[in-house]
Design a protein around this ligand. Structure first.
Ligand code: 2HA
Ligand code: ZN
Length: 270
């Protein structure tokens, strides 16, 4: 067996959590990531017949039966993942019934996956239907995006428009826009279902007054998506209290979207 700490997927989890921590997006135990792995990727590092223990999921994720994920642990700090991946991360396989996770590696201190596992798994189901190449779901608390939640109406169309207007390339990075949920209690199936419903149309879902979910085909794409949304929110927070003299117009938005041939939300343009 090859040494799992040297695998691409463990190294990616370490570097992305460290980056997110240093950007201030994941204070304390804030944030969580799940990353869909293929059997071929994992097999050189783990005996797939060896289940360490079984962890109930609390809902049925039949569509994900047999699928393997590397997931951040509940109560664990992004700050600490890089120095101790085996305690702060776990690799789980969803069993055939879809209601139990088989632990294949990690959560060394007896821990378990993030409390937001329902939102993650339900989002994977929704995104895989929209894009079979989707592999990553990422949740965090980016500072400016969260600040913007307190001063901007929480509505898909107007929130997306404000973000698009803040950086020329936003409409190219997230032409599908962002979905916005109202404040909801986190860590349960209900917010998971609401997130997944938005994920049918959006790769970015804002959890009102809490944070954001992003989804993508790999770590870079997903991180870059949230990074771009957060950058736009930062410009918004730096300028929204000042008189606006210049603006990116709807005509400008259409011009760039067409030049880059992205399938943007036409109904979000005035
Ligand atoms: O796991 O961010 O939403 C910590 C959180 C919960
Ligand atoms: Zn959170």
């Amino acid at each position: 067996m090859k040494e799992i700490l040297k695998s691409k997927f463990v190294k990616e989890m370490c570097s992305v959590t460290a980056n997110m921590y240093r950007l201030g997006w994941d204070e304390r135990n804030g944030g969580n990531i799940s990353y869909l792995l293929t059997e071929e990727e994992v097999a050189p590092y783990l005996d797939l017949d060896k289940v360490i223990r079984k962890i109930p999921i609390g809902f049925e994720a039949k569509e994900l039966a047999g699928k393997i994920f590397i997931v951040t642990g509940t109560g664990k700090y992004f700050k600490n993942v890089e120095s101790d991946p085996e305690t702060n991360l776990g690799i789980v396989r969803i069993d055939q019934k879809g209601d139990t996770a088989e632990l294949l590696w990690g959560y060394k201190d007896g821990g378990r996956f993030t409390s937001e596992f329902p939102a993650h798994m339900m989002s994977h189901v929704a995104r895989l239907k929209a894009d079979p190449n989707n592999r990553v779901v990422m949740h965090c608390h980016p500072t400016n995006l969260l600040a913007m939640n307190f001063v901007h109406e929480l509505d898909d169309r107007s929130f997306t428009r404000s973000l698009w207007q803040m950086c020329t390339e936003c409409i190219v990075v997230f032409p599908d826009g962002v979905g916005v949920l109202p404040w909801m209690l986190c860590g349960n199936n209900e917010i998971g279902e609401a997130t997944a419903a938005k994920m049918k149309d959006y790769r970015v879902v804002v959890w009102g007054l809490h944070g954001v979910y992003g989804a993508g085909k790999d770590m870079d794409e997903t991180f870059g998506l949230i990074e771009t949304v957060e950058k736009a929110a930062e410009i918004y927070m730096l300028t929204s209290h000042l008189p606006r003299i210049n603006t990116i117009t709807d005509d400008n938005l259409v011009t760039i979207a067409e030049a880059f041939k992205v399938n943007y939300r036409k109904d979000f343009i005035d």
